[in-house]
Design a protein around this ligand. Sequence first.
Ligand code: SF4
Ligand code: SF4
Length: 62
Amino acid sequence: MAFTPTVDETKCVGCEECVDVCPVEVFEMQDGKSVPVNAEECIGCESCVEVCEVDAITVEEN
Ligand code: SF4
Ligand code: SF4
């Protein structure tokens, strides 16, 4: 099973909570926004979805 995490850049406020919470280091901050640079590593735990206060993150099951 594979998962695809995406960040809505228009919603992201750059709090870095998702960077800290992700167990497999999917996210990296770039120009004040979180970018899922290691999206292929995602295990679908949805911790990032829960921690993001502005609902910027979506994790899709492929
Ligand atoms: S938790 Fe949400 S608002 Fe914070 S950096 Fe990640 S995507 Fe952006
Ligand atoms: S669902 Fe879990 S593994 Fe996937 S990006 Fe979010 S925190 Fe990381």
